[in-house]
Design a protein around this ligand. Structure first.
Ligand code: GTP
Ligand code: MG
Length: 335
């Protein structure tokens, strides 16, 4: 018994040490963060891309794996707690959220979430001292209506868009959430993102510029055609949304944004060896797929934290992404 405990303790220390060592040295696209880990984030994306569900699933964080790098996700304040309750009362009952309305910017829901990583998964360069210590990231996140993005594409002169764009000016990071099955909309999305950054750039010109991080998140990656490539999010984005990717990378080349790619599913997979999507698809068209959870008791989202970690720190967290992916339906070990 005592040996078993000692052995477990030793293994934990080794994992801690390796993470501390290697997470600090993993290949990174961006320089280390200088800002505190409390970014202002806006979620944009087409109607039905899954923005509200994504934030709700994060706030609720059901059935976390015991070996996940994430210790806890805490919903802070009334808004986030109400959303968490909705995740329980709506999503977990096998229903879906109503579409979010385009409204006056002051009425847009603003959620605060506190994400804590376990000490052994906190990279050395983010520890405040030389000892490993647990990391907490506080996210301030606004859930825009997809109508905002739709109008940027189809009705860009609408007055209310200017309010939203002014509000985006405050953002440190942007989640561009894309329903991975809606690839027929690639051209439209590229136009929308072009319009978005062109106008944001004009607004920025009048004040101080900041280089924002943009996480393009391919959502609904439990769908088999996406799941098989979800360990390579950039390639997935390039093969499905080449025009959107090019538009993003053009802005990146101009030094205006830093972009990176992620794969996620708010509903996740079922099973532990032979995995299958934990969803019932209720509608499919060129706008993407509408689904509900198939087995709510086994609801476990994947890939939701990795983009937020990157937005906050500027570094990818390999284990948060591994945690997301596990084993593919083909039994292929990911990454
Ligand atoms: N398959 C699948 N469906 C999802 C996922 N996340 C959300 N959905 C479904 O996608 C549809 C739209 O979800 P919402 O969260 O309301 O999307 P939204 O982007 O907030 O939509 P708007 O408020 O209209 O902009 C619903 O049918 C959800 O149940 C996911 O990870 N996988
Ligand atoms: Mg919504």
């Amino acid at each position: 018994m005592i040996f078993k405990k000692l052995f477990k303790g030793l293994i934990k220390k080794i994992v801690q040490f390796l993470n501390w060592l290697f997470l600090g040295k993993s290949k990174q696209k961006n320089p280390p963060p200088t800002a505190p880990l409390n970014p202002q984030i806006r979620t944009i994306g087409d109607r039905r891309s899954g923005k509200t569900t994504y934030i709700a699933a994060l706030a609720y964080w059901p059935n976390a794996k015991p070996n996940s790098p994430v210790q806890t996700i805490e919903a802070i304040g009334d808004n986030a707690r109400k959303l968490m309750a909705k995740a329980q009362n709506i999503l977990e009952q096998g229903e879906e959220f109503q579409a979010t309305n385009l409204q006056n910017i002051d009425e847009v829901e603003d959620y605060v979430l506190q994400i804590s990583l376990k000490e052994e998964f906190t990279p050395r360069f983010l520890s405040s001292n030389s000892e490993p210590s647990a990391l907490t990231i506080t996210i301030y996140c606004k859930d825009y209506s997809g109508e905002f993005f739709f109008d940027l594409i189809n009705d860009p002169t609408k007055d209310i868009l200017e309010e939203y764009l002014e509000d985006c000016k405050e953002a440190d990071g942007i989640i561009l959430l894309v329903d991975g099955t809606s690839f027929l909309r690639d051209r439209d999305f590229a136009r929308g993102i072009e319009e978005f950054f062109r106008r944001l750039d004009q607004i920025d010109e009048t004040g101080t510029r900041k280089q924002r991080r943009v996480a393009m998140v391919l959502n609904k990656c439990e769908q088999p055609e996406l799941w098989i490539q979800s360990d390579q999010p950039r390639q997935l984005a390039e093969s499905r949304f080449p025009k959107l990717l090019k538009a993003l990378e053009n802005w990146e080349e101009r030094g205006y944004i830093v972009v990176d790619y992620f794969a996620a599913s708010a509903f996740g997979m079922l099973g532990s060896f032979k995995l299958e999507p934990n969803v019932k698809n209720i509608q499919r068209d060129n706008q993407g797929v509408k689904s509900i959870i198939q087995k709510p008791k086994q609801w476990r989202p994947f890939g939701l934290v990795a983009p937020l970690y990157w937005l906050a720190s500027g570094h990818r967290h390999p284990q948060l992404e591994l945690d997301a992916l596990g084993v593919s339906p083909k039994g292929k070990r990911q990454r």
